[in-house]
Ligand binder design. Structure first.
Ligand SMILES: [Zn+2]
Length: 210
């Protein structure tokens, strides 16, 4: 992989930037379904193979299949989650239990698409563009440590944003709006630098003379 929990952490980032448009629960379900493939191959053959479901085509099928049961299971889980919270906890940990069809669809597609992209850097047996191409041009273009770092930073960033959103309510004054804009500017700069760093690593690898 990166193992499934690391994929799931990256989903927090999508969730925090588009909270009503992306279902994190369906994102998780799509990721788990895709990683059932190597688990089942391992159980039956001893080889944790990454085959059709670890391609963009297979992952899209998984995304479509995830939407309806994912939405159903997700809403059940969110209702259960809300019931566990005290009134004080519910103020910042409580969540809307309705998952729209669009949010489920975006969650499933982002979950399955990001899964294939991240796994492409890692698994030599993957064919991301199956059945049209057999090669995997991204293999080892980012080191495994680098890949884990990306997933952990995304998870920490998303988690921190979600937590701060519950704790800090900026006033709707000029000062509040200024603080919010300054925060977004700092954040956009940090994201830009991080993405540029990662992109430069990939470009160096892709253009390296063998
Ligand atoms: Zn995988």
């Amino acid at each position: 992989m990166p193992v499934t929990p690391l994929h799931i952490g990256a989903g927090l980032l999508f969730k925090t930037y588009a909270p009503t448009r992306v279902s994190w629960v369906v994102f998780v379900i799509a990721n788990v379904l895709i990683d059932l493939e190597p688990i089942l191959w391992f159980l039956f053959t001893g080889d944790p193979a990454h085959r059709q479901l670890h391609s963009y085509l297979g992952a899209t099928v998984v995304a479509v299949v995830s939407v309806w049961p994912g939405r159903l299971a997700g809403e059940l889980w969110l209702r259960w989650w809300n019931r566990q919270l005290s009134p004080a906890q519910a103020r910042w940990l409580g969540t809307d239990t309705r998952i729209t069809l669009a949010a489920a669809g975006f969650g499933a597609l982002l979950g399955s698409g990001s899964h294939i992209l991240l796994d492409s850097f890692m698994h030599a047996d993957m064919q991301p563009f199956w059945p049209w191409a057999a090669d995997n041009g991204l293999l080892q273009k980012i080191s495994i440590d680098g890949l884990h770092l990306i997933c952990l930073v995304a998870a920490a960033w998303g988690g921190l944003r979600l937590a701060l959103r519950g704790w800090i309510v900026l006033p709707a004054t000029l000062l509040g709006r200024g603080l919010r804009s300054a925060g977004l500017l700092v954040e956009a700069t940090a994201i830009g630098l991080f993405l540029a760093l990662m992109a430069s690593q990939v470009i160096v690898q892709l253009t390296a003379v063998p």
